[in-house]
Design a binder for this molecule. Structure first.
Ligand SMILES: [Zn+2]
Length: 142
């Protein structure tokens, strides 16, 4: 399966029997899966998400948004427990084109992507157990 390296943004073709969480980039040796949410922006999002064959769970947030800040540690804490997903964050102020493209009207907004498909989206802050329940509703369990 194709996995884009979160460090150098090069595509890696990974044999399906190798877990993404245990693989390194053939170009730069960086881990192909990050246990911490990666930062995506107007420049790298379209390289990373549509080309990565595992779902990417994205938190659209902003610096001035209190609920975003309260959700951040919950989102970050969960990221390490879902090796079948890549967690990512988009700072909406730094990524105006993405925010417009995905019609982000309130933040935080969460979108679960599978390449170019939006599997699910939600608006409003959630804590760890709410996030887990929401992912489970969409068939993703840790
Ligand atoms: Zn790399």
């Amino acid at each position: 399966m194709i996995i884009v390296c979160p460090a150098c943004m090069k595509k890696n073709n990974l044999p399906t029997d190798i877990p993404v969480a245990e693989a390194q980039c053939g170009q730069c040796d960086h881990d192909l899966w990050s246990a911490k949410p990666i930062n995506l922006n107007d420049d790298n999002f379209m390289q990373f998400v549509p080309n990565t064959e595992i779902p990417v769970f994205v938190d659209f947030w902003a610096e001035w948004c209190g609920p975003c800040k309260s959700m951040a540690p919950h989102f970050e804490q969960l990221a390490q427990h879902y090796p079948q997903l890549q967690f990512a964050k988009v700072n909406t102020e730094a990524a105006p084109r993405l925010s417009a493209f995905f019609q982000i009207r309130s933040i935080p907004s969460l979108i679960l992507f599978k390449q170019t498909t939006q599997l699910a989206r939600a608006a409003g802050a959630m804590n760890t157990s709410q996030l887990q329940a929401w992912l489970a509703q969409h068939g993703i369990r840790n």
